[in-house]
Design a protein around this ligand. Sequence first.
Ligand code: ADP
Ligand code: MG
Length: 267
Amino acid sequence: MSHILAITNQKGGVGKTTTAINLPASLVAMKRRVLVVDMDPQGNATMGSGIDKNELEQSAYDVLTGKCHCTDAIIPAPQAGYDLLPANGDLTAAEVELLDMKMKEHRLQYALAEIKHKYDYIFIDCPPSLNMLTVNALTAAHHIFIPMQCEYYALEGLAALLETITEIQKVVNPALEIGGILRTMYDPRNTLTNDVSDQLKEYFGDKVYAAVIPRNVRLAEAPSYGLPALHYDKSSSGAKSYLALAGEFIRRSEGEKADTSLSADLE
Ligand code: ADP
Ligand code: MG
């Protein structure tokens, strides 16, 4: 059964898109079948996957508004090895068009239902707000995966996200759960990082992943080459940290004994 995760945090710049590219690429390296869905009109996950958002024939916009079938819009990301449902600025219009549609919260869920059997994991990269696109992602998802920076305002922002989750559970998706909290741009030498980190563990317990993502310039450079860090600089701390995250993710999802060995070309 495929496992659908929405990568969400209404704060911008916390590493959602970086995670939506690099965690899937690492899971592909561990031989899992993965789809990445770009639900952000900025199309950063699309560009970072090596697909030009300005040259799309069909995109997430067409799928959400019923203009095309999911399979007609999904394309392989050239280097990363996962499949991509790409997005660009058109998606902003979907947000408005959806408001008048029936079952408007369920459009993505229904679209994915037809193709989800092809994948082990589906990751949805959400925009930095709690709009109708994010609601569609949270309705389609089994779990929410929350990247966050360990800074004071991060916790404050999380409270709003938790309220949204409760609301979604009440109205459209009672089974929605937090799948994991990922500490990004992590600096263990910073006292505030450690304080916030401790508070997160106190509140969320083992939902907080042991794997952390350090600040690493390779992670910031790789998207401009349309590559996950793993295929840009395999030896970088960024690439390694996302591989470690993928290992932990698989063990949590599939059990301690699951195979996390890398495909032969990456060993
Ligand atoms: P979001 O999708 O939450 O807005 P991004 O993943 O786009 O966040 O990250 C915001 C910016 O920070 C981007 O320029 C990205 O390349 C950079 N970035 C993200 N994670 C890291 C990291 N661990 N180290 C260094 N730069 C990072
Ligand atoms: Mg983003």
